[in-house]
Design a protein around this ligand. Sequence first.
Ligand code: ADP
Ligand code: MG
Length: 393
Amino acid sequence: MKKTIRDIDVRGKRVLVRVDFDVPRAGDGTVTDDTRIKGALSTIEYLRGEGARIILLSHLGRPKGKVVEELRFDQVACHLGHLLQQEVAKVDECLGPEVEKALASLKPGGILLLENVRFNPGEEANDPEFARSLSQLADIYVNNAFGTSHRAHASTAGVAAYLPAVAGFQLEKEITMLGQALEEPRRPFVAILGGAKVADKIGVIVNLLSKVDTLLIGGGMAYTFLKAKGYGVGKSLLEADKIDLARDTMDKAAAQGVELLLPEDVVVAPELNIAAETHILPATEIPPEEMGLDIGPETRKKYGEIIAEAGTVVWNGPLGVFELEPFAAGTRSVAEALANCPGTTIIGGGDSGAAIKKFGLEEAMTHVSTGGGASLQFLEGKELPGVAALLDA
Ligand code: ADP
Ligand code: MG
């Protein structure tokens, strides 16, 4: 475990908090979804209560080391001010005299939001000089941006080399939830893996194979597994260069006593189109002119029964093309099974989280990770640079 802001004396100190304010905005810059801003409130309120001087730092979009006017934080500062019922000072730089001046007048409990850190080329390059300059703004560094912690950038990892570095509450929650599920799962431990490609998920599959009791496969990658078993998959998503890997994975699962299930039936259509005519077929009988776009009702039922009995479920990757209603039922039905599961339910991955939100089931899950790529990397068993850089508890 990592130290958190509870484990360090922040009274009166200048605390640099890496937050994730990379929020969706309308054309005029107004914040259209403030979930990420709200995710930082508990940490900010704690620091405010302790009388710390709070310096917030984040990226917004992909300005690639240059100033992009539309990617400034002014509107976000306003929005945050409303949420906190407190004035949030905003500067147009990350470093320099303007920042120094604002810092000098920052009172205990006061909040200063720095400009988009990715305006500086040193951020994504993890330039040590840039990181050191950032560190000189503060006495303590806090990382609360789980969603960018898989990137070794100056504001997520580099800066931690120069300051006592601890986790904020949201980052703490992420690593505790994901970590406990992987390391101390209540059994049976079931993983559901879907999404588009084997290539994207093989790291997760390999890591989970040594931990889970049952692995349920769905989504586009199921067809490479079906092909590896010798079945025709028609026009379904197929990664020809991953067929051997899929076969190898099934052999390893068998050798380790992990039950690995593939879809028994699938929803097919001649093309990926909302108006296409769909059929339900056994997964072993997909004709050349059709493509598999969702798991079928038998598979939903079977996966649902396994989920109902699970002590822990980790889910990453939609089971079908859930963005289109004719192919959303598999993902919805698995999401509902998770919502009703009395065990611990953890969702990782950007699209999987989006699916859960679309179905309105977020509150019914134990934890829906806020970090797409970061949660995948965590599930792969890899250390995240922005987490590794923090002090051990
Ligand atoms: P996550 O972001 O949760 O890790 P992925 O990015 O791996 O998930 O996969 C999500 C995408 O997989 C979705 O856009 C979905 O449409 C697609 N997908 C799911 N099933 C299929 C399928 N059978 N054929 C093609 N694409 C699929
Ligand atoms: Mg995705």
